[in-house]
Design a protein around this ligand. Structure first.
Ligand SMILES: [Zn+2]
Length: 446
């Protein structure tokens, strides 16, 4: 049986947005050939082909500090942004989230590629936004970036081995807040295949295979055995390739580790069906250790709560749940007996409108009492309430022989009791906020 990834009640682990098709990584490969002149490069003249260059985060994904110049500043939907000559901050793309960092100590809360330029969106602060020509310092939030490099490079390795071993093509990638996933073009994934895949990935992590990137011309690209879904239409200029030595050669514009060893480890978490294929969940690197630490801490709390060892926890929890269900059955039986007794007491009274209040009970209890009174004294009408203080539930119930027009007086009673309700036929029920007006409400019933 294939392990299904179960998120339980929490949706935090499950991607809320659609995964990104892998070829979208190309979208920013093309962007380097439009618009902004890179620092150190020749300024293009009108109509001249811009010589492609690469951003600092591509040249050296470990660069955490960069001095550069502001090209221009602007605003978009109330957010200020700056465009820089060069940047170490990765703009969101290809399933990899945008980096975080600072520009002259101003927090960068988002980085997006728009119309061929990289916009660094600044957190709202009472400071002056840098302007075109300003020399500034960009700093990268390295912990977050390295985590993204681990998850993203893990995707490359996982995709390559899944395809080589089982012929499963990866159609999409999503780097989540807590776990990541790839979508495979197969709906037939067996548990032993996942074990084999995870073992193969682990072997390549132990092998510490070098990972490199390079730019090649379209002609060179055409002659190379690149695993790719093809470049986007209209692509011009060089192509960026990432290579895991001996494993994979792929087109990609993301940030990567320099060796598979830096992945530390990669754990498959299970699959779920999606659009005729399978979504495969995984976690890699530092996240894997943190996830394990969180599970371990949670288990420690559960061991203490249940007084059981790790191996006994599920059985202990199941036993407690069964005890709870048994207690609920017993309680319901006792409440039935109590409702029957209360109804018998009410039915012995002589007045036509029977009223009663029970602190600590609920609407379900009132319904049981009303049904039993209707059976014992069908010529009577009851107004029953339950709750603490002024707040609680109310119920009007009229027996078969009672002349009370429940649908007519129900809303009036509800109004006196400061609540709202509904019903049909011989019952009307709802919430109340003025239970002390019970006698006044009862006077409406006859
Ligand atoms: Zn990549």
């Amino acid at each position: 049986m294939v392990p299904k990834y179960r998120s339980g009640k929490s949706s935090a682990d499950v991607p809320e947005i659609a995964s990104t098709p892998l070829w979208s990584f190309f979208s920013h490969v093309t962007c380097h050939f439009t618009g902004i002149r890179r620092s150190g490069g020749p300024r293009p003249t009108q109509g001249e082909t811009v010589v492609p260059d690469i951003f600092a985060y591509e040249r050296d994904p470990r660069l955490t500090r960069l001095e550069t110049t502001v090209v221009r500043s602007g605003g978009e939907e109330g957010r200020s942004y700056v465009v820089l000559e060069d940047t170490i901050l990765y703009p969101e793309g290809g399933g990899q989230p945008a980096d975080r960092g600072t520009i002259d100590s101003i927090e960068v809360c988002d980085v997006q590629r728009v119309s061929g330029e990289v916009r660094h969106f600044l957190a709202p602060q009472r400071v002056t936004v840098p302007r075109g020509g300003d020399l500034i310092t960009v700093e990268l939030a390295w912990g977050r970036r390295f985590d993204h490099m681990q998850q993203h490079t893990g995707q490359h390795l996982l995709t390559a081995i899944a395809e080589a071993t089982f012929g499963w093509a990866t159609t999409a990638f999503h780097l989540g807040e807590r776990i990541s996933d790839i979508e495979l073009d197969t709906s037939d994934v067996r548990a032993e295949q996942l074990e084999e895949l995870e073992e193969a990935v682990a072997a390549e992590i132990r092998a510490a295979r070098p990972i490199t990137t390079k730019q090649v011309s379209p002609d060179e690209y055409g002659l190379m055995p690149v695993r790719s879904r093809g470049l986007p239409s209209g692509h011009a200029g060089s192509v960026r390739l990432v290579e895991i030595d001996g494993i994979d050669l792929n087109t990609c514009g993301g940030t990567h580790l320099s060796s598979t060893a830096e992945l530390e480890g990669l754990k498959l978490l299970g699959t779920e069906s999606v659009r005729g294929g399978a979504r495969l969940f995984y976690v890699a690197g530092v996240r894997l250790r943190r996830l394990h630490a969180a599970h371990h801490a949670r288990n420690a709390e559960l061991r203490s709560l249940f007084g059981a060892s790790d191996d006994e926890l599920v059985a202990a929890a199941a036993a407690k749940l069964e005890q709870l269900r048994e207690s609920q059955r017993t309680l319901r039986s006792i409440e039935d007996n109590l409702a029957t007794a209360c109804a018998a007491g009410l039915a012995q009274r002589v007045e036509p409108v029977l009223i009663s209040h029970w602190p600590g009970r609920d609407l379900s209890f009132l319904q049981r009492v009303a049904r039993e009174v209707g059976r014992l004294a069908p010529d009577r009408v009851v107004l029953l309430t339950a709750g603490e203080g002024e707040s609680g539930a109310f119920l009007i119930g009229a027996g078969e022989a009672s002349p009370c027009d429940v649908p007519e007086v129900g809303p009036q009673v509800a109004e006196v009791l400061g609540g709202r309700g509904g019903g049909s036929g011989r019952f009307f029920q709802g919430r109340a906020t003025a239970l002390s007006r019970l006698e006044e409400a009862a006077s409406l019933l006859g």
